[in-house]
Design a protein around this ligand. Structure first.
Ligand code: FAD
Length: 334
C-alpha cells in the first residue's frame, strides 16, 4: 500500500467522484445489445462519477435506445457506421480514442471478452498509457484488483495514468439492470479510420443452451469421459435436466470430446455460476483458474484423492458412467 493512510478521506473521495467520468464500451451483435457487456457499466458505477456508454455499428440507433434504458448510464454515444459491426480493433481503436479525447473521460471500461481483449490494449498504446487488464475489484479511482498467475495470486495495482483503460472480468461485476434508466442519446464522432483488416466470415457454434460464460448452472466433463461418444451421450441430458450450460476441461477439448468454445480454465472461459458440476475432471490448477469462483462446486470422480475434491463443496467418489445417468434420472423425476 503505497498511498499515505491519510491521503484520501471520505469527504475528498466524494468530492473527487464528481470529477470522474467513465466511458463504458458496449458490445452488440446483429442489432442486439450484448447483456454481458453491461458488467463494464456496473464497474463504472462502482467508480462513481458520471457514466457514459458507447455503441457503434449499422442501425445502431435502436441499440442506443435499448442501452439508454440501462440503469446508471447518463449518456449514450452512438456511431452509425457498418464498418464497426464486427468489432475489428483496427478501426474501433481510432473510434474510441477520438471519443475519449472529445469526452475527456478519466476511465474507459470494456468487458474482458475477445472484443475487449483485442481492442483495449491498442487504445492504451495509442494513448501511451498502461492498460489495466481483467480487473475483479475497484478499491479507489486509481486502485484496482486483478488475479495473476491463473488466479493463484491477487494483485492490487495503482495507476497514475491520466486516463485508465480497463477490461473488466464479467463474473466479478454483476450486469447492470437492463431497465429503469433514461440516458440521453447523442451521436459521437466518427474518425472513419482506414481499416487494413477485412472481416471475411465466422463459424459460430450454435446452441439452445445457456451461454457458458454467463450461465447460472454449468455441467462440465473431462478426460474421464473417455470419448466424444460418451461425452455426447452423458453430458447433454445432464445439462438439460439442470437447465445448465456445458463446459469441458482442456484435456476433453484436446481429445476432441468437446468443442474448443466449451473449454473452462486459464486458457478457456472464466465462469462463476451458482452451480458448477463436473465429472471426470481431476482439478488441475489451470482448470480451477476458470471455475473456482463458482458458488457451489460439485464433483464426480472415481479417485477420492483427486485435487478437485479440495475445492468441491459436494463430492461424489464413484464411476461417472454409473453416477451421471443415475443423477440425470433423479433430476428428471424432480
Ligand atoms: P485428467 O487430469 O486426465 O483427469 C481425468 C480425471 O477423470 C481423473 O481425476 C480421473 O480420476 C477421473 N476419471 C477417469 N475415469 C473416471 C470414471 N470412470 N469416473 C469418474 N472419474 C473418472 N486445463 C483446463 O481444463 N483448462 C484450461 O484452460 C487449461 N489451460 C492450460 C494452460 C496451460 C499453460 C497448461 C500447461 C495447461 C492447461 N490446462 C488447462 C491443462 C491442465 O493442466 C490439465 O491437463 C487438464 O485440466 C486435465 O483435464 P482433465 O481433468 O479432464 O483430465
Amino acid at each position: 500500500q503505497l498511498r499515505p493512510s491519510n491521503a484520501i478521506s471520505t469527504p475528498h473521495l466524494s468530492a473527487f467522484a464528481r470529477l470522474l467520468s467513465s466511458l463504458a464500451v458496449l458490445e452488440q451483435r446483429d442489432g442486439k445489445l450484448n447483456m454481458s457487456s453491461l458488467a463494464a457499466v456496473s464497474a463504472a458505477q462502482k467508480l462513481g462519477g458520471s457514466v457514459t456508454a458507447i455503441v457503434a455499428g449499422s442501425n445502431i440507433k435502436a441499440v442506443a435506445d435499448q442501452a439508454a434504458k440501462v440503469k446508471g448510464i447518463e449518456k449514450i454515444i452512438y456511431i452509425e457506421n457498418g464498418a464497426y459491426d464486427r468489432g475489428l480493433p483496427e478501426n474501433w481503436s481510432s473510434l474510441l480514442v477520438e471519443n475519449i479525447k472529445k469526452g475527456g473521460f478519466t476511465h474507459v471500461l470494456a468487458g474482458h471478452s475477445a472484443f475487449g481483449k483485442n481492442l483495449m490494449p491498442r487504445v492504451a498504446a495509442i494513448l501511451d498509457v498502461q492498460q489495466l487488464s481483467d480487473i475483479t475489484g475497484i478499491q479507489g479511482e486509481d486502485t484496482f484488483v486483478r488475479p495473476i498467475y491463473a488466479g493463484n495470486a491477487i494483485l492490487t495495482v495503482q495507476s497514475s495514468d491520466n486516463v485508465k483503460i480497463i477490461t473488466v472480468r464479467g463474473t466479478a461485476f454483476s450486469s447492470s439492470d437492463a431497465e429503469g434508466g433514461s440516458a440521453e442519446v447523442t451521436e459521437g464522432v466518427d474518425p472513419k479510420a482506414e481499416c487494413p483488416t477485412e472481416w471475411v466470415s465466422e463459424d459460430l457454434a450454435k446452441s439452445d443452451r445457456p451461454e457458458l460464460a454467463t450461465a447460472t448452472r454449468v455441467v462440465s466433463g473431462g478426460r474421464g469421459l473417455k470419448s466424444k461418444e460418451e461425452f455426447d451421450r452423458l453430458m447433454p441430458p445432464l445439462a438439460d435436466a439442470l437447465g445448465a450450460a456445458i463446459g469441458a476441461s482442456r484435456a476433453a477439448v484436446d481429445s476432441g470430446f468437446a468443442d474448443n468454445s466449451l473449454q473452462v480454465g486459464q486458457t478457456g472461459k472464466n465462469v462463476a455460476p451458482q452451480l458448477y458440476l463436473c465429472a471426470g475432471i481431476s482439478g488441475a490448477i489451470q482448470h480451477l483458474a476458470g471455475m473456482k469462483d463458482s458458488k457451489v462446486i460439485a464433483a464426480i470422480n472415481k479417485d477420492g484423492d483427486a485435487p478437485i475434491f479440495q475445492v468441491a463443496d459436494v463430492g461424489l467418489v464413484g464411476d461417472l458412467f454409473d453416477k451421471v445417468p443415475e443423477l440425470t434420472e433423479k433430476l428428471k423425476q424432480g
